[in-house]
Ligand binder design. Structure first.
Ligand code: EPZ
Length: 420
């Protein structure tokens, strides 16, 4: 298990280019199962999670070629040999569950292990299954598996009790080849849902309204291959914006879509950080110690839950007290214990954390408990006095391409050490 060692105190300066969005790439790769023709994806971040979803597609017979030099992936699902991805792959990554929609849609059946929960919550899939049932599928649960069958899915109106990103995406992928029209109400509006919709429409699907709370999908007979450029990762962008703010630095974050990072820009500005917007980049300039601001995570376009941990690291050294409320996941404060080992003054009260800004954090040995908690610890280590060692950094490899190299290029004193 590798570790990351950081000696805090460097002000980050320079520029960093953001990679394509993990949470876009994963459903789009799954969606490539919907047709037997070649789908080409450009600018793909070769993250651990991307390798896992590719292994899942390989396991059912899809033909995948990865070109790490050109950051391209080509997928051809013209010889699907199984509708049951292996348990050990699905267990590794929850997003593997996104293959059930495409397999059910194109082949009328799928048998897949229930995705595990993870550190941030139980993460049920009831809304996914509600959608498949509404489309006419016979869905059975048993022995830790979901089995779904249907000769031909039929369009339906589906209301999501919560605007679940995964459920919206899975139902959308199931509905594109269904007979008739499907309407998803209270749909997730995340940019990654829009990117998936654009990808599906470029394959010949007929989806209207992605990015709003009501999405209409008019089923088509078949889909064709396509080439698609994935949107930039708004959470990676937000992470480097906070890195500039927490280290009193000045960083240009390149390859962003401004509307996707609006909530992070607004909250950094409220905290007294200067954010200069340009065409497809932002310049983040700290103006001394940030002011404490309150954060409440909400579905898009609210403040993203995937930025909550990173912002908590920033608020740990802010002037004043901030209240951070996590409304999306029920257990997304695993980073609090680790930040407190570094001297942060945080009290959890139900779904809120009260963060009393402290003058300084001190380096310590800490553990990444999940992807974004790991990112928060890197940010805290950048500003802490002395040395911080973060272990279990494999969590970071799931969502950040070359985080050590990118931080080094901005002047951070950060290394990765291989451990047995
Ligand atoms: C996606 O997860 C993202 N992952 C998550 O990013 C992100 O935090 C989340 O959306 C919210 O934005 C990918 O896109 C691969 P949800 P997803 O379904 O789809 C409840 C990261 O760090 N729910 O929107 O699993 C659920 O329990 C990861 O990059 C149900 O109750 O999230 C949760 O409380 C972490 N029933 C809430 O909805 C369901 O059937 C949001 O979950 C489905 C979800």
């Amino acid at each position: 298990m590798d570790s990351i060692i950081i000696s805090g105190g460097s002000k980050l300066t320079g520029k960093v280019k953001i990679s394509a969005a993990k949470n876009s790439v994963l459903p789009i790769i799954a969606a490539s199962l919907l047709c037997p023709f070649e789908c080409k994806l450009e600018d793909i971040p070769f993250l651990d999670d991307v390798y896992v979803i590719c292994d899942v597609l390989n396991s059912v017979g899809a033909n995948i070629s990865l070109n790490k030099k050109s950051n391209r992936i080509s997928i051809k699902a013209d010889n699907i040999t199984s509708i049951e991805p292996p348990y050990e792959l699905v267990r590794k990554m929850r997003a593997s569950f996104l293959v059930i929609g495409p397999l059910l849609s194109r082949f009328g059946r799928c048998r897949i292990s229930l995705p595990g929960g993870c550190n941030i919550g139980t993460r049920p899939i009831d809304l996914h299954l509600k959608g498949f049932c509404a489309l006419g599928a016979d869905v059975r649960l048993g022995h830790g598996y979901v089995e779904a069958y249907c000769n031909k899915l039929k369009g339906a109106k589906i209301y999501l009790d919560f605007p679940s990103v995964g459920a919206t995406e899975n139902i959308m992928m199931a509905a594109v080849l269904a007979q008739g029209e499907t309407i998803i109400e209270n749909a997730a509006e995340e940019p990654e849902v829009v990117d998936l919709s654009n990808f599906l429409n470029s394959m010949g699907a007929n989806i209207i309204g992605a990015g709003t709370d009501t999405i209409r999908i008019i089923g088509v007979k078949e889909l064709k291959g396509t080439t698609h450029q994935v949107i930039p990762d708004r959470i990676e962008a937000g992470t480097y914006m906070v890195a500039a703010a927490i280290t009193q630095g000045s960083v240009v974050v390149e390859n962003v879509i401004l509307e996707h990072i609006r909530p992070v820009i607004a909250k950094l500005q409220e905290a007294g950080v200067t954010v200069i917007e340009e065409q497809n980049k932002v310049k983040v300039v700290a103006n001394g110690v940030p002011k404490a601001v309150d954060i409440k995570t909400m579905p898009y376009p609210g403040f993203p839950t995937d930025m909550q941990a990173q912002f908590m690291a920033l608020m740990s050294i802010a002037k004043g007290t901030s209240i951070i409320t996590e409304t999306v996941f029920e257990n997304r404060f695993m980073h609090v214990t680790e930040l407190k080992r570094m001297g942060a003054n945080i009290k959890i009260d139900g779904r809120s954390a009260v963060v009393e800004g402290t003058a300084k954090l001190t380096g310590a040995q800490v553990k990444a408990t999940d992807l974004r908690a790991g990112a928060a610890l890197v940010l805290a280590g950048l500003v802490a006095e002395g040395k911080t060692e973060i272990c279990e950094v494999h969590h970071l490899d799931r969502g950040y391409v070359n985080i050590v190299e990118k931080m080094q290029s901005l002047g951070a004193n950060i290394q990765r050490i291989q451990k047995e």
